[in-house]
Structure formats: structure tokens, C-alpha cells
Design a protein around this ligand. Structure first.
Ligand SMILES: Cc1cc2nc3c(=O)[nH]c(=O)nc-3n(C[C@H](O)[C@H](O)[C@H](O)COP(=O)(O)O)c2cc1C
Length: 199
């Protein structure tokens, strides 16, 4: 890989890492797509929670009862979409996903989560379940306020960390003088290879 491609790959992981920690970064709320159980693609926005560049990992959190968990369990291939308007940068990332509900990694992700984020996991009914009227799907007691840490604990049973490992990255940079596009993929030795492609 040329130096310029290696720099681009480094910058991809750098921006992804920043997207996980900066709520105002364009990469903070990407889209992750999985294969629906009926074979149709399913895409949805999630919050980018953690990026571990050395391992090629991109993490999000979800409700264990959500549709995406069943989909990933049936087929771990996922696609991420990131777009940062200010940086004029799109990343399309192919990855293999794993739902981690138990163990130290999931515990750690839960512990690091703010109580306001944990509150979603107190939902009494599964996301996507039909209901008679518009419903926040939250217990009455915590609907209008920040729960205490103790109050969020029952949510742990519904919480899952989704660990995805990138296998390919499509980088597209928009510029008035001409767009640029490159594709990176992991080779069989686990090393990233890259090349230019037409935008
Ligand atoms: C801005 C935004 C952020 C969201 N963040 C998350 C998230 O971090 N995790 C999550 O599971 N769903 C999140 N959602 C909701 C999902 O887009 C989706 O509606 C939900 O997870 C159910 O999807 P599923 O039935 O395909 O699993 C978010 C939605 C929006 C609009």
C-alpha cells in the first residue's frame, strides 16, 4: 500500500475513534445494516459507542430483544454507513458482528453507560412489539426523570454490546475539484490492503 493510502486508512480509524467520543462529530450516529430474517436488508441509526482501531472493532449498544439481535445471530454480516458532512467524507464498512450479552466486555460497556442511556433498557416490552397507542415503553416511575444507578440495574438483563470487526472499508472523499475513492480490505493474513477506485 502506498504512503498516501496508508495515511487515509489511518485517518479513517482516527475519525471513527473521534466519532465515538464526540457527540457533535458526523460519525457519532452511523447506520448499521443487517440482513432481515425475510432476506430484505434492514438499516437503522445507532450511537457509535467505541472504536478499537488495532482490532478493527466498531461497537454499538442495543436491546437484546430488538430485531437486529436476532438478525445478527442468524447472519453476522453487517454494513456500516458513516457520513460527515463537514469533512465531506463517507465510509462504508463491511463487518462481522457478534452480540455480547454476558461477560466482562458487556459488563464494562454497561458500567460505562450513562444512566440516561441505560434507562432505555428498562423498557417493559420488546422494541418493535405492537401497542394500542403511542407509547414510550418506559416504566411510569422513570418516564420524566433521570433514573438513579440502582433503578437502572434491571435494564442490564436487556442490554447487549454489539462488537463488529471490520473486513473492508470504502472511503469516499467529496471535493469540487474531483472526488476521490479508495477501497481497503483485510487480506488472509489479517493485514489491510488498499487501492484507489473510481468515485
Ligand atoms: C439518533 C438515533 C440513535 C439511536 N441509537 C440507537 C442505539 O444506540 N442502539 C439501538 O439499538 N437503537 C438505536 N436507535 C434506534 C434504532 O434506529 C432502531 O429504531 C431500533 O434499534 C430498532 O431497530 P431493530 O428493530 O432493527 O433492531 C437510534 C435511533 C436514532 C434515530
Amino acid at each position: 500500500m502506498t504512503d498516501s493510502l496508508a495515511n487515509i486508512l489511518r485517518s479513517c480509524w482516527n475519525e471513527l475513534g473521534r466519532g465515538a467520543v464526540d457527540r457533535r462529530h458526523g460519525f457519532h450516529v452511523p447506520v448499521i445494516a443487517s440482513l432481515g430474517l425475510d432476506g430484505a436488508p434492514q438499516a437503522r441509526a445507532v450511537v457509535l459507542r467505541r472504536v478499537i482501531a488495532e482490532a478493527g472493532e466498531i461497537h454499538c449498544h442495543t436491546d437484546l430483544r430488538s430485531g437486529k439481535v436476532a438478525e445478527i445471530s442468524a447472519n453476522p454480516r453487517v454494513a456500516w454507513h458513516f457520513y460527515d458532512e463537514g469533512r465531506k467524507l463517507q465510509l462504508r464498512i463491511a463487518a462481522m458482528a457478534e452480540v455480547v450479552a454476558d461477560g466482562p466486555r458487556a459488563d464494562d460497556a454497561w458500567t460505562r453507560s450513562a444512566v440516561t442511556s441505560r434507562r432505555c433498557y428498562l423498557a417493559p416490552r420488546a422494541p418493535g412489539e405492537p401497542c394500542d397507542a403511542p407509547s414510550p415503553n418506559l416504566p411510569e416511575a422513570v418516564r420524566d426523570r433521570r433514573p438513579t444507578e440502582e433503578e437502572t440495574q434491571p435494564g442490564r438483563a436487556n442490554f447487549a454490546l454489539v462488537v463488529t470487526r471490520a473486513t473492508a472499508i470504502d472511503w469516499l472523499y467529496l471535493a469540487s475539484e474531483g472526488h476521490q475513492r479508495a477501497r481497503f480490505a483485510l487480506d488472509i493474513n489479517g493485514a489491510w490492503q488498499g487501492g484507489w477506485i473510481e468515485p
